[in-house]
Write a protein that binds this ligand. Sequence first.
Ligand SMILES: [Zn+2]
Ligand SMILES: [Zn+2]
Length: 182
Amino acid sequence: MKRFFARVGRGLARFFFRHWATGLVVLLLLLAALTGYQMWHLGPAVALALLPQLIICLILIGVVVAVHRALKAITRASIVETGVAQGRTVLKTTVEEAKETLASLSTDVKRDLGRLVGGAAEASAADPPLRCPRCGRVSRPGARFCEGCGAALHIACPRCGRAMRADARFCMACGAPLGRRG
Ligand SMILES: [Zn+2]
Ligand SMILES: [Zn+2]
Protein backbone atom coordinates (compact mmCIF):
# COMPACT_ATOMS: atom_id res chain seq x y z
CA MET A 1 0.00 0.00 0.00
CA LYS A 2 2.82 2.31 0.94
CA ARG A 3 4.56 1.47 -2.25
CA PHE A 4 1.41 2.19 -4.23
CA PHE A 5 1.09 5.67 -2.71
CA ALA A 6 4.77 6.30 -3.29
CA ARG A 7 4.33 5.36 -6.91
CA VAL A 8 1.21 7.52 -7.27
CA GLY A 9 3.01 10.39 -5.56
CA ARG A 10 6.01 10.00 -7.82
CA GLY A 11 3.74 9.81 -10.86
CA LEU A 12 1.89 12.95 -9.80
CA ALA A 13 5.17 14.72 -9.08
CA ARG A 14 6.47 13.73 -12.50
CA PHE A 15 3.23 14.82 -14.12
CA PHE A 16 3.34 18.20 -12.41
CA PHE A 17 7.02 18.58 -13.13
CA ARG A 18 6.29 18.03 -16.79
CA HIS A 19 2.96 19.83 -16.86
CA TRP A 20 3.60 22.29 -14.05
CA ALA A 21 2.19 25.17 -16.10
CA THR A 22 -1.04 23.33 -16.79
CA GLY A 23 -1.31 22.33 -13.13
CA LEU A 24 -0.66 25.86 -11.91
CA VAL A 25 -3.12 27.33 -14.38
CA VAL A 26 -5.77 24.82 -13.36
CA LEU A 27 -5.18 25.60 -9.66
CA LEU A 28 -5.27 29.35 -10.28
CA LEU A 29 -8.39 29.02 -12.42
CA LEU A 30 -10.04 27.02 -9.63
CA LEU A 31 -9.01 29.70 -7.13
CA ALA A 32 -10.28 32.44 -9.46
CA ALA A 33 -13.55 30.56 -9.99
CA LEU A 34 -13.93 30.08 -6.23
CA THR A 35 -13.22 33.77 -5.66
CA GLY A 36 -15.69 34.75 -8.38
CA TYR A 37 -18.30 32.43 -6.93
CA GLN A 38 -17.76 33.91 -3.46
CA MET A 39 -17.97 37.45 -4.86
CA TRP A 40 -21.18 36.65 -6.69
CA HIS A 41 -22.65 34.72 -3.75
CA LEU A 42 -21.68 36.91 -0.81
CA GLY A 43 -22.57 40.29 -2.25
CA PRO A 44 -20.77 43.54 -3.15
CA ALA A 45 -19.24 44.19 0.29
CA VAL A 46 -17.16 41.01 0.26
CA ALA A 47 -16.74 41.22 -3.50
CA LEU A 48 -14.66 44.38 -3.21
CA ALA A 49 -12.39 42.74 -0.62
CA LEU A 50 -11.96 39.65 -2.81
CA LEU A 51 -11.29 41.62 -6.00
CA PRO A 52 -7.47 41.89 -5.47
CA GLN A 53 -7.32 38.12 -4.96
CA LEU A 54 -9.13 37.53 -8.23
CA ILE A 55 -6.89 40.01 -10.07
CA ILE A 56 -3.77 38.40 -8.60
CA CYS A 57 -5.04 35.00 -9.70
CA LEU A 58 -5.61 36.23 -13.27
CA ILE A 59 -2.21 37.95 -13.37
CA LEU A 60 -0.52 34.80 -12.07
CA ILE A 61 -2.24 32.76 -14.78
CA GLY A 62 -0.88 35.16 -17.37
CA VAL A 63 2.62 34.99 -15.84
CA VAL A 64 2.59 31.18 -15.72
CA VAL A 65 1.44 30.96 -19.35
CA ALA A 66 4.07 33.49 -20.45
CA VAL A 67 6.89 31.74 -18.52
CA HIS A 68 5.78 28.37 -19.84
CA ARG A 69 5.78 29.65 -23.40
CA ALA A 70 9.21 31.25 -23.00
CA LEU A 71 10.66 28.04 -21.53
CA LYS A 72 9.12 26.02 -24.34
CA ALA A 73 10.60 28.36 -26.94
CA ILE A 74 14.05 28.09 -25.27
CA THR A 75 13.81 24.29 -25.14
CA ARG A 76 12.72 24.16 -28.74
CA ALA A 77 15.54 26.50 -29.79
CA SER A 78 18.11 24.38 -27.95
CA ILE A 79 16.64 21.21 -29.49
CA VAL A 80 16.81 22.80 -32.92
CA GLU A 81 20.39 23.90 -32.26
CA THR A 82 21.37 20.40 -31.14
CA GLY A 83 19.60 19.00 -34.17
CA VAL A 84 21.40 21.40 -36.48
CA ALA A 85 24.76 20.61 -34.88
CA GLN A 86 24.09 16.88 -35.19
CA GLY A 87 22.90 17.35 -38.74
CA ARG A 88 26.07 19.26 -39.54
CA THR A 89 28.24 16.51 -38.06
CA VAL A 90 26.32 13.86 -40.00
CA LEU A 91 26.55 15.91 -43.17
CA LYS A 92 30.28 16.49 -42.63
CA THR A 93 30.89 12.77 -42.09
CA THR A 94 28.82 11.90 -45.14
CA VAL A 95 30.67 14.43 -47.27
CA GLU A 96 34.04 13.16 -46.01
CA GLU A 97 33.02 9.59 -46.75
CA ALA A 98 31.76 10.56 -50.19
CA LYS A 99 35.03 12.42 -50.85
CA GLU A 100 37.07 9.40 -49.78
CA THR A 101 34.97 7.11 -51.93
CA LEU A 102 35.31 9.44 -54.88
CA ALA A 103 39.06 9.76 -54.33
CA SER A 104 39.57 6.00 -54.18
CA LEU A 105 37.23 5.58 -57.13
CA SER A 106 39.13 8.13 -59.20
CA THR A 107 42.42 6.47 -58.18
CA ASP A 108 41.02 3.13 -59.30
CA VAL A 109 39.71 4.60 -62.53
CA LYS A 110 43.05 6.35 -63.15
CA ARG A 111 44.96 3.16 -62.46
CA ASP A 112 42.64 1.13 -64.69
CA LEU A 113 42.85 3.74 -67.44
CA GLY A 114 46.62 3.85 -67.07
CA ARG A 115 46.72 0.08 -67.27
CA LEU A 116 44.43 0.14 -70.29
CA VAL A 117 46.39 2.85 -72.09
CA GLY A 118 49.75 1.42 -71.03
CA GLY A 119 48.57 -2.05 -71.95
CA ALA A 120 47.39 -0.86 -75.35
CA ALA A 121 50.69 0.95 -75.91
CA GLU A 122 52.57 -2.13 -74.73
CA ALA A 123 50.48 -4.35 -76.99
CA SER A 124 51.02 -2.15 -80.01
CA ALA A 125 54.73 -1.87 -79.21
CA ALA A 126 55.02 -5.60 -78.65
CA ASP A 127 52.83 -6.42 -81.60
CA PRO A 128 54.11 -4.64 -84.67
CA PRO A 129 52.33 -5.67 -87.85
CA LEU A 130 52.92 -9.38 -88.23
CA ARG A 131 53.86 -10.97 -91.51
CA CYS A 132 52.02 -14.23 -92.14
CA PRO A 133 54.50 -17.15 -92.05
CA ARG A 134 52.51 -18.94 -94.77
CA CYS A 135 51.43 -16.29 -97.30
CA GLY A 136 53.48 -13.28 -96.28
CA ARG A 137 50.51 -10.94 -95.93
CA VAL A 138 50.96 -8.30 -93.24
CA SER A 139 48.15 -8.42 -90.67
CA ARG A 140 46.98 -5.66 -88.41
CA PRO A 141 48.36 -5.49 -84.83
CA GLY A 142 46.54 -7.82 -82.50
CA ALA A 143 45.34 -10.14 -85.28
CA ARG A 144 45.38 -13.80 -84.26
CA PHE A 145 44.92 -15.28 -87.67
CA CYS A 146 46.09 -14.21 -91.09
CA GLU A 147 43.52 -12.19 -92.95
CA GLY A 148 44.74 -13.60 -96.24
CA CYS A 149 45.03 -17.34 -95.61
CA GLY A 150 43.70 -17.95 -92.13
CA ALA A 151 46.98 -19.28 -90.76
CA ALA A 152 47.51 -18.93 -87.04
CA LEU A 153 49.74 -15.93 -86.38
CA HIS A 154 50.68 -17.16 -82.92
CA ILE A 155 52.17 -20.43 -81.86
CA ALA A 156 52.32 -22.00 -78.45
CA CYS A 157 55.77 -22.35 -76.95
CA PRO A 158 56.56 -26.09 -76.90
CA ARG A 159 58.18 -25.76 -73.50
CA CYS A 160 55.97 -23.36 -71.48
CA GLY A 161 52.86 -23.09 -73.63
CA ARG A 162 52.91 -19.32 -73.90
CA ALA A 163 51.39 -17.91 -77.08
CA MET A 164 54.18 -16.36 -79.16
CA ARG A 165 54.18 -14.47 -82.45
CA ALA A 166 54.60 -16.87 -85.31
CA ASP A 167 57.71 -15.01 -86.50
CA ALA A 168 59.45 -15.23 -83.13
CA ARG A 169 62.56 -17.34 -83.00
CA PHE A 170 62.64 -17.85 -79.27
CA CYS A 171 60.03 -17.85 -76.51
CA MET A 172 60.09 -14.53 -74.71
CA ALA A 173 58.96 -16.19 -71.48
CA CYS A 174 61.30 -19.15 -71.20
CA GLY A 175 63.80 -18.72 -74.05
CA ALA A 176 63.00 -22.00 -75.73
CA PRO A 177 63.78 -22.03 -79.47
CA LEU A 178 60.51 -21.93 -81.44
CA GLY A 179 61.79 -23.16 -84.73
CA ARG A 180 61.17 -20.71 -87.55
CA ARG A 181 58.54 -21.45 -90.11
CA GLY A 182 58.37 -19.79 -93.45
ZN1 LIG B 1 48.53 -15.87 -94.47
ZN1 LIG C 1 58.32 -20.73 -73.62
